[in-house]
Design a protein. Sequence first.
Length: 338
Amino acid sequence: MNIQELGATAEAMVADHKGLLAADESTGTIGKRFESIDVELTEANRAAYRGLLFAAEGLGNYISGAILYDETIRQKAPDGTMMVDLLKKQGILPGIKVDAGTKPLAGAEGETVTEGLDGLAGRVDEYVGLGAKFAKWRAVIDIKQPGIPSRYAIRVNAQALARYARICQEGGLVPIVEPEVLMDGDHDIDTCAAVTEATLVEVFHELYEQGVQLEGMILKPNMVISGKLNGSRAGVEEVAAKTIALLKRTVPSAVPGIMFLSGGQTETEASEHLNAMNGGSDNLPWTVSYSYGRALQESALKAWRGKVENIPAAQQALLQRARLNSAACEARYLAEVA
Ligand code: 13P
């Protein structure tokens, strides 16, 4: 394991107030996004859409890396350029989703475990050959009554995350460790905090047990936030304060960066929360940034609607969100939108 190199890549991912563009939707998930704008789910449309995102001129000023899906890392944009080369031209590091999604967890009704460990070392070698510098694996923890999440589901998901992370580091990819506590449901913010804390404690225990080098990884957690259907959702300052307090208790300072997922927050909410976290304290032990999917793409997707003539507007929408989230990394978001 070359820890110097892994550490340098992880540092580069969070340098200069930049964040990640999560564009690694599986074919099924991007299908849902396309359905919302009445665009057919074809290979050509997926290439057109991802191609326009990666070619948005100036994206590299705000985005350090893009997470790709298996199809995309092998794919050409409509103009014939490899997607990976579009990114490299802008100084953006290519990354790759390597998990195979969630599957029902035997022995835990209503819960899931993320699969994809079989043959992973071989796939990591192949992705390194295709230009990937980092990888992503998402574990999903749902909050449901009664008794969900179980300790068992948290534990097996943490074990899989750590095995994935170790395999990636051995193969030369920086692992993004993503344990996502979902914001679906009507739970309150303190329930989210308790479940997120239990999850992160277990994840860092397993990372230790399996010898993962914390200096060469990135954590991609959820924020501590009220459930979407909660009747009195916590405000921006409370989300920021509770998220940072919890992360200080659970995430060792050797981890170079915490890059949040947006998880169904609106674009504005995701920016405001990131801004408040970076504005609330001068001396955070890790760099706090973003790795947003929906909260970077939603306006761009709506502007595009599958039409060539809308590409410039869609690119502008993406650049605008990326610029604002990078401003939020410096606690300058409110000044930018004022
Ligand atoms: P969202 O920001 O839309 O949650 O997507 C990020 C991601 O990569 C989820 O795995």
